[in-house]
Design a protein around this ligand. Sequence first.
Ligand code: S3P
Length: 172
Amino acid sequence: QTLSAREKNVVFIGFMGVGKTTIGELVAEKLSRSFTDIDEEIVKEFNMTIPEIFEKHGEKAFREKEKELTLGICKEKRKIISIGGGAFTQKEIRDICLSTTIVYFLEMSWESWKKRIDILLESRPILQGKSEDDIEKLFYDRQINYNQHHLKYNADEQTEEEIAEKVIESLK
Ligand code: S3P
């Protein structure tokens, strides 16, 4: 069954803290479509914060839940979805998103992104205990997965509003 762009789910990918959730919410609101943030759903399921999930259950349990919820929502239609920055390291998530949804990659340069480390540190267990060099390596390693997408926007110099407008335009 082939769905038109109006019916397809839209998924935002990209590294931590680039604006996936904010842009997803803006797009959903402007298009009167429903928005789901997979991280938020994981938090609800475990009834604890992401750092607590990593600490008490481990990253593996987090990734399992991330996969289950993402694969589940991909069966729906017209959803605007944001997934965590590590989700695309899972092949099953990449495969289902790329084959059933429209995947938007929100790209940012390392130079712009690294200014955000301090504000993200507390809520992102993946960054904790890592040197800036380690984080830079992770940043570049992750780009290989993000390079599998349908459309991309650069978030270095555009506001979240501007990107949301472009996403909406591309869906017309
Ligand atoms: C992660 C990114 C986070 C969240 C978790 C792990 C990652 O989501 O899923 O902390 O491995 O990159 P955001 O990309 O929304 O920060």
